[in-house]
Design a protein around this ligand. Structure first.
Ligand code: ADP
Ligand code: ASP
Ligand code: MG
Length: 401
């Protein structure tokens, strides 16, 4: 029988009434004949509230203990959903990552799933039970609980679907993937389908509707991911390898995403020496801090300014490293007022002049571009946060998003 892995996000299990509603939907589906594994996120804003509690004690809580703390949110919703399903007369069993061997590697707070011991899940399914799994968590080689990064329950669901060779459905508070976050642009259009490549770019660049690692896994193992509204029959979006890419190419841009989560660091007036740059970047990379956009001025008297962006959350750690090489207000400049503004589309591979259109719109509307990076299917500009909304509306109109 087909195994269906469904995931319900935080807002879908935000209170007891909502958990009961999800239980009804799940029981109906089970009675229609599917074997179900349900992955849940923590209720509502629980994860934010837990972070806030730790921050009331210190700005720099220990990462291992933070993972121990944050993983508790999903344990609550997972047990409550099992109770709600049982109360409707179906058998259900909840599992934490430890109980079903979701093995992770890498750092606390952003660990990666490398295997799942699916024996218990299969046994419970064979006994006719609905299996409920706590998302967002895993257990590392030391036996410690780790988390997968914010929004990581999507990845738990896709990883379980991969392991069980099942299908994967992500249920959330929006009825599919839109060309632009509908909260930021009300005329955004819903997409019937979107290619893994495009969704991966969008989710890495700020479209928090999906955890980007979940898309990587879906793409690697060829699992289509359905995204839809919880407890509803409205047709959502399928993330998959889109066969007819020619159709996609008829439109240069599929979607737009923005992120305010990065900060730009500029090091001024440093020797134009590749060994030095390599040393700085290597030290930062050793801490697994992801440097994204990079730009450098032309050398003057063999001196350059170099700017790069990295996640705000990693700023303190990055500065500790960089200040070993350079320090002082005249050398180091931190710009927290940036929005990373990205447009994405496979059609860009075959359409020329997309960047020219973007820059023309920005020029005519006095939107300053601080940094630029591109790939074959995307253009990202760092702009001022105050220009974000204007840029979204202008570019969405320009490309009919
Ligand atoms: P969940 O708690 O269910 O995981 P998230 O808050 O992580 O939900 O993701 C859903 C939200 O993602 C939506 O409410 C929407 O505002 C936002 N979002 C961002 N970009 C997009 C997009 N391109 N299409 C749809 N939703 C998007
Ligand atoms: N509860 C976690 C978070 O808020 C994981 C998730 O929602 O997917 O980030
Ligand atoms: Mg999410």
């Amino acid at each position: 029988m087909a195994v269906v892995v469904q995931k319900y996000g935080g807002s879908s299990v935000g209170n007891i009434e909502k958990i009961k509603k999800v239980a009804e939907t799940v029981v109906k589906r089970k009675r229609a004949g599917d074997d179900l594994v349900i992955v849940v996120s923590a209720m509502g804003d629980t994860t934010d509230e837990l972070i806030e509690m730790a921050n009331q004690i210190t700005d720099t809580p220990d990462k291992r203990e933070m993972d121990a703390l944050l993983s508790t949110g999903e344990m609550i919703s997972c047990a409550l959903l099992a109770i709600a399903i049982q109360s409707l007369g179906e058998e259900a069993i909840s599992y934490t990552a430890y109980q079903i061997g979701i093995k992770t590697s890498g750092q606390y707070g952003k660990s990666l799933i490398y295997d799942i011991d699916n024996k218990k899940i299969k046994k419970s399914l064979n006994e006719g039970k609905i299996v409920i799994v706590a998302g967002f968590q895993g257990v590392n080689e030391e036996g410690d609980i780790t988390t997968l990064g914010r929004g990581g329950s999507d990845t738990s669901a896709v990883a379980i679907a991969v392991k069980l060779k099942g299908s994967c459905e992500i249920y959330t508070d929006v009825d599919g993937i839109y060309s632009v976050d509908p909260r930021k642009y009300k005329n955004a259009k819903k997409l019937d389908e979107i290619d893994y490549e495009e969704m991966l770019e969008l989710s890495s660049l700020g479209a928090q509707v999906m955890h980007s690692r979940s898309i990587e896994l879906g793409q690697k193992y060829g699992i289509p991911i359905y995204v839809g509204l919880s407890n509803s029959d409205i047709k959502g979006t399928v993330i998959k390898e889109v066969a007819n890419k020619m159709n996609m190419e008829s439109k240069p841009i599929t979607g737009l995403a923005t992120s305010d989560d990065d900060v730009a660091i500029t090091i001024r007036d440093i020797d134009n020496d590749i060994n030095l740059l390599s040393d700085i970047f290597e030290s930062v990379a050793k801490k697994r801090i992801n440097i994204d956009m990079i730009s450098q001025t032309a050398p003057m008297n063999n001196k350059v300014n170099i700017s790069f962006t990295l996640p705000k959350a990693d700023l303190k750690e990055a500065l500790d490293i960089i200040e070993k090489f350079y320090s002082g207000k005249d050398k180091l400049f931190i710009d927290e007022d940036i929005t990373k503004f990205s447009i994405v589309g496979i059609g860009m591979k075959t359409t020329s002049g997309v960047a020219a259109r973007v820059f023309k719109v920005f020029k005519l509307n006095k939107i300053e571009v601080k940094m630029i990076t591109t790939s074959e299917i995307r253009i990202t500009c760092a702009i001022k946060q105050e220009d974000k909304q204007k840029a979204i509306e202008l570019i969405a109109t320009e490309f009919n998003l």
